[in-house]
Write a protein that binds this ligand. Structure first.
Ligand SMILES: Cc1cc2nc3c(=O)[nH]c(=O)nc-3n(C[C@H](O)[C@H](O)[C@H](O)COP(=O)(O)OP(=O)(O)OC[C@H]3O[C@@H](n4cnc5c(N)ncnc54)[C@H](O)[C@@H]3O)c2cc1C
Length: 360
């Protein structure tokens, strides 16, 4: 009888879409011994490159159900993958901690309840006289900010992560095809992916990791999946105020739903918005900086030095993400409207288990 690994080595898997989900699946499957091909015509413009990279795992307040299970698994897998990927980029890491703040008393009460109920040493309420609260109040000229700190959550730099994955994939000689797939079909137990130039790529399996466009490749009658585009915008702001040192702030934090990442003494990143749209609007600055009753002057006067957006896919009528075995040899892994970076390890593991069962 042939060993499983022998079966795996013979099997060819095509991954359509090279965002974080496609790349992570390629990593997982290549480590299992499969022959992998990734296909993507425009990978540098995807939503993965637009992400801020916050890994909000332990902070997630619903501690049951599929969404929590995926988070929990990813939180456990991330440190192992970081150690593995550091062979390709020794600087890759997760910067901790993560801080969630609010000026809304009711929201704070919920956070407090969550902390008391969970009794987790790595999740704490920030004391009023903590250095974090003091420095945030000083910089943002606020008095009523309260919040929690998660010592085990943090941020991974998405650009660095994607580049490291590319380095790994190149090292493993994984084929990459810079083309668009316009059709897939099954013929005599093989899958055929047809490119826009009418070339056919044969494989034993296909994994659809191409976000919104995944539904264009599947039969809408047999598979009732709807995805809606959700725009996320972020920007980098330069400030000019000698009194404010942004590096005195935590490495990454969230105030009233906006994520803030200080980059230098006078530069910070703010993101992100959630809009059911595909076109960025002009008033991004207002939308992203209006998270306090009164904005500090340095923020009002701040100048946008960079602005970007990404379009994510949100499942309509079912929870995010969509991970399904659509038919023999066809898996879909999409609908990551939020948290695609966080969830990539757990979702790739789910796909790998499905594939291992298929070839066993
Ligand atoms: C501003 C912003 C901030 C965010 N912040 C965070 C965060 O802090 N933490 C977090 O976890 N998540 C965050 N996200 C969400 C995260 O970016 C997404 O969940 C994640 O990137 C989804 O990855 P993906 O691989 O599914 O999709 P994508 O990265 O969009 O990749 C899909 C790929 O499929 C390719 N493709 C499409 N059609 C075809 C085709 N026919 N043939 C071949 N290839 C095709 C596309 O070119 C694309 O490269 C943020 C998103 C945005 C926009």
């Amino acid at each position: 009888m042939k060993s499983l690994k022998e079966n795996f080595q013979k099997a060819h898997i095509v991954i359509i879409g090279s965002g974080i989900i496609g790349k992570f699946n390629a990593l997982e499957l290549s480590e299992l011994g499969f022959k992998v091909t990734i296909i993507d015509p425009t990978q540098l413009q995807n939503s993965s490159y637009a992400a801020l990279g916050l890994l909000m795992g332990n902070m997630y307040q619903r501690r049951r159900g599929r969404s929590w299970d995926l988070r929990k698994e990813s939180i456990e897998l991330w440190p192992q993958w970081i150690t593995f990927l550091q062979k390709y980029n020794s600087e890759l890491n997760i910067k901790k901690p993560l801080i969630q703040l609010t000026t809304n008393e009711e929201k704070f009460k919920k956070l407090e309840k969550f902390i008391y109920e969970n009794n987790d040493q790595n999740l704490r309420i920030l004391e009023r006289d903590s250095i974090f609260i003091k420095n945030i109040n000083k910089a943002f000229q606020t008095k009523n900010i309260k919040g929690i700190i998660s010592l085990k959550d943090g941020r991974i730099n998405p650009f660095s992560l994607l580049q490291t994955l590319d380095k790994y994939l190149k090292h493993k000689k994984i084929s990459f095809s810079e083309v668009e797939i316009i059709k897939i079909r099954k013929l005599n137990n093989q899958w055929i992916s047809t490119t826009r130039n009418n070339e056919n790529i044969k494989s034993d399996m296909i994994i659809l990791c191409n976000s919104l466009k995944a539904i264009n490749l599947i039969d809408g009658i047999s598979h009732n999946i709807t995805l809606k585009p959700v725009l996320g915008q972020a920007m980098e702001i330069d400030i000019n105020d000698a009194e404010v040192d942004l590096l005195s702030l935590p490495k990454q934090f969230n105030i009233n739903g906006k994520n803030i990442i200080p980059k230098s003494k006078n530069k910070l990143i703010i993101g992100s918005t959630d809009e059911y749209s595909t076109k960025p609007e002009e008033n991004t600055f207002e939308k992203l900086t209006n998270f306090l009753d009164k904005r500090p002057n340095w923020l009002i006067k701040g100048k946008i030095s960079k602005k970007w957006y990404g379009i994510r896919s949100r499942p309509d009528g079912e929870p995010s993400p969509i991970m399904k075995n659509l038919e023999d040899g066809l898996i879909i892994c999409t609908g990551f409207y939020k948290n695609g970076i966080l969830l990539a390890p757990a979702c790739s593991k789910w796909v790998a288990n499905e594939i291992k069962n298929y070839f066993s």
